[in-house]
Design a binder for this molecule. Structure first.
Ligand SMILES: C[S@@+](CC[C@H](N)C(=O)[O-])C[C@H]1O[C@@H](n2cnc3c(N)ncnc32)[C@H](O)[C@@H]1O
Length: 466
């Protein structure tokens, strides 16, 4: 129902074009949404979250097999709904396999071009050829069953915030529906009397965003599958808004709204909601378990790894570290905690290079760099992570690792002069003079006027001929 008066286009928020157009916007943006930092993706695809989720999923797997919902030969289906870049899947699939979980991860999106991009990604295609990953189109709001069993895990990261929200204002005078005109800048709001939804009756005065799209999705997912369903959702939460304030939505080509998980839980009574022990409007993982059967192992794993909101703790400690002049051991502490997150290591690389390292610290750094390189998802973004890691490895004398990382950088970010020059120097230091000259020749084919490359090439070629 649209509340259109003469010349007005005020519409209830959940029916607004901004939500109807989300799929189209993601289709148009393609991978630019993440490579250009238009929408956030680091926290929901980081190695620590992949580890936490692997542990939670492994526990759920034990429960559903013990309850007979999955036969011993059945494979647990894990559906990443709105998988974005696919980076979480890249980290999660091996982590599940390492825990012995018989699972197939289905990377899905509503945007067909995103599904194509996922399937074409070299590292994901390699997991697919090992039978760990598949790719499918999937609309969160009109789901079709995927996988062989009726017992899935669905991952919904930064998804519920993009699905339709309803705006409700509660004042002493009663409830009001928020109507929005998104054609005006800033958006214009009007409020129309409405019954206060049950999810908000205990809240008192304020302006609220009800995640009605997420509630629809949860109900549809439960109806779509015959067995127990586990949903893991990491997202931002909501900050309170007063009864005279308009709702707050983030606008970044697409739109997103903080997710009111408590309201969502009361709108999805077929699920048990497990929330973080300390509420956060910044970032938290939530779980929804459909009430078919008991899940004692999952409950225990949730208390240990889910409720503690480890990813937020890590991000807060990392942000605090950047504001200080941290010791090498303090940096290592956070990097170990991050499970050698390549993004975080790249941000600390400059400080680590400037630090005088003991030999055991140098060994620790190389171990972190090796783990980071193994976990790096090749995806062109604003910071050339492999290059930053490569020069750090080069600096501490880990030349083989440096070469591998320079090659990764060339693949991801293209043939930059500095990458080729450093690659040549590392190859030369390893005694691979032919490969070193080759790297310089590629550089000079791009940039003929590069005196240092030209001088080195002349020296090295003379030495080769001698
Ligand atoms: C903010 S991104 C999050 C991507 C990824 N989960 C992450 O955390 O980086 C939202 C994703 O959801 C997808 N999406 C939007 N609406 C959807 C829907 N109705 N069904 C399935 N996916 C949807 C978008 O195409 C996009 O890939």
């Amino acid at each position: 129902m649209a509340f259109c008066h003469t010349g007005d286009v005020f519409t209830p928020l959940q029916e607004s074009a901004v939500f109807a157009r989300q799929a189209e916007v993601y289709e148009r943006l393609g991978m630019r949404a993440w490579s250009e930092g238009i929408v956030p993706w680091r926290a929901t695809t980081c190695p620590l979250l992949a580890e936490v989720e692997a542990e939670l999923i492994a526990a759920f797997d034990v429960d559903v097999r013990a309850a007979g919902a999955l036969a011993p030969d059945d494979v647990l289906t894990i559906i990443d709904v709105g998988a974005g870049t696919g980076r979480l899947g890249f980290r999660l699939a091996p982590s599940l396999a390492a825990r012995g979980v018989r699972a197939k991860l289905v990377l899905t999106d509503v945007s067909p071009s995103n599904v194509e991009a996922l399937a074409a990604h070299r590292q994901l295609a390699s997991l697919a050829s090992d039978g760990l990953v598949t790719f499918e189109h999937f609309d969160a709001l009109s789901p079709t069953p995927l996988g062989d069993s009726g017992t899935p895990v669905l991952l919904a990261h930064y998804l519920f915030d993009t699905l339709p929200h309803r705006a409700i204002r509660v004042t002493r005078e009663g409830g009001f529906e928020g109507l929005v005109d998104v054609g005006q800048e800033p958006w214009a709001w009007r409020y129309q009397p409405a019954v206060v939804p049950e999810a908000l009756t205990a809240r008192g005065e304020g302006t609220f965003l009800l995640p009605v799209g997420a509630a629809r999705a949860l109900t549809a997912w439960r109806d779509c599958f015959t067995g127990p369903v586990l949903v893991l959702s990491a997202d931002k939460g909501v900050a309170p808004r007063g009864p005279t304030e308009d709702p707050l939505l983030a606008r970044h080509e697409s739109v997103s709204a903080g997710v009111d998980f408590d309201a969502l839980a009361s709108m999805a009574p077929a699920f048990r909601h497990l929330s973080p022990s300390t509420p956060s409007d910044v970032f938290a993982l939530h779980a929804f378990v459909s009430a078919r059967g008991e899940t004692p192992n999952f409950g225990e794993a949730w208390r240990r790894r889910g409720a503690t909101n480890e990813v937020l703790g890590l991000l807060e400690r990392f942000a605090a570290l950047l504001k200080t002049d941290p010791s090498v051991d303090a940096m290592f502490g956070v990097l170990d905690e991050s499970r050698a997150d390549p993004d975080l290591l790249a941000q600390l690389a400059g400080r680590l290079k400037e630090s005088a390292l003991t030999s055991s610290q140098a060994t620790h750094l190389v171990q972190l760099l090796v783990r980071a390189a193994q976990q790096h998802f090749v995806f062109r973004q604003q910071l050339d992570v492999p290059f930053t890691l490569a020069i750090t490895a080069h600096h501490v004398g880990a030349l083989e690792l440096a070469v591998a990382l320079y090659l990764l950088s060339l693949q991801e970010s293209g043939a930059h002069d500095s990458t080729l020059l450093n690659l040549a120097l590392a190859q030369h230091a390893l005694g691979r003079h032919g490969l070193a000259c080759e790297a310089l020749e590629v550089l000079l084919a791009h940039t003929a006027d590069h005196p240092r490359a030209r001088a080195l090439l002349a020296d090295w070629q003379t030495a080769l001929e001698a």
